[in-house]
Write a protein that binds this ligand. Structure first.
Ligand SMILES: NC(=O)c1ccc[n+]([C@@H]2O[C@H](COP(=O)([O-])OP(=O)(O)OC[C@H]3O[C@@H](n4cnc5c(N)ncnc54)[C@H](OP(=O)(O)O)[C@@H]3O)[C@@H](O)[C@H]2O)c1
Length: 237
């Protein structure tokens, strides 16, 4: 089994890699991150520049080496970045700069990863491309408002994944493309917002990875283009 994980130092990315290593003795994992990382056995690390398409393309090609991926997981994402970037509570907080930063991370990067990794999936048997989205990207589920750029960038990501699923299905019936909602997970990304989480509803990264790997395992080509939550339920667009 050959797997790519883009965003390998994040909490959920790290948990995916640990779970996959524990479950598959013969696995080959290619991890991709903006940071240097000391790889574990069975893991080959690639440092990439998320803001440079050539860097993404070159790393994808280097990892491919004539053997397609069974699974590619995009676990990158951005909600806040210290004082410079916090999710907006009101229209007053919007800025073009913040929108650009958040869309670059949550919509454009996964789209370019799809551009360069989808052609490297194996097509002779079932293969999965999944990107971490979020329930707050659902327009029909939006009851609270706020978080303009993050919500909009995840809604855009869901559309990009749906488009890619339609395009891939024309030629490759065994490729499954998914958005995934991990639940609320204890990580740097969620840290400032955890006080509002109901007791028992803050997942460990390991629990989220376990549930999402189960969702991926059970997904069929009919699910391609959907955003599925950790419990297997579809997140309505
Ligand atoms: N935690 C939650 O409650 C929750 C809920 C719903 C959805 N999600 C989604 O799950 C994904 C992973 O979140 P996490 O909780 O594991 O967060 P995390 O621990 O903070 O990890 C963030 C990941 O995003 C990457 N990243 C950081 N800044 C970035 C930027 N400017 N552009 C592109 N990538 C950047 C990091 O890459 P490096 O590996 O290069 O450091 C890291 O892999 C995100 O897409 C998030 O929206 C999380």
């Amino acid at each position: 089994m050959k797997v790519g994980v883009i965003g390998s130092t994040g909490a959920i990315g790290t948990a995916f890699i640990k779970r996959l290593l524990a479950a598959h003795a013969d696995i080959e994992i290619h991890s991709f991150s903006s940071k240097k990382q000391r790889p574990a056995t069975h893991v080959i690390h690639h440092q990439i520049d998320y803001n440079c398409e050539d860097s993404i393309k070159a790393a994808a090609q280097q990892a491919y080496s004539d053997r397609g991926f069974d699974m590619v997981l995009v676990t990158t994402g951005l909600l806040h970045n210290g004082d410079a970037l916090q999710p907006e509570k009101s229209l007053r907080d919007l800025s073009a700069e913040k929108f650009q930063t958040v869309f670059q991370a949550n919509s454009i990067l996964p789209a370019l990863v799809a551009k360069h990794f989808l052609p490297l999936l194996r097509t002779d048997k079932r293969a999965v491309f999944a990107a971490l989205s979020a329930r707050v990207g659902s327009i029909s589920d939006n009851r609270l408002g706020g978080w303009y750029a993050y919500r909009a960038s995840k809604a855009a990501l869901n559309m990009i994944l749906k488009n890619a699923a339609i395009e891939m299905a024309r030629r490759h019936k065994k490729v499954i493309i998914l958005g995934l909602h991990p639940g609320t997970v204890d990580s740097d990304l969620s840290d400032p917002f955890q006080s509002n989480v109901q007791e028992g509803k803050l997942f460990t990264p390991d629990y989220a990875a376990q549930k999402l790997l189960h969702v991926i395992k059970n997904a069929s080509p009919n699910d391609s283009g959907k955003c599925l939550a950790w419990d297997g339920q579809e997140v309505e667009p």
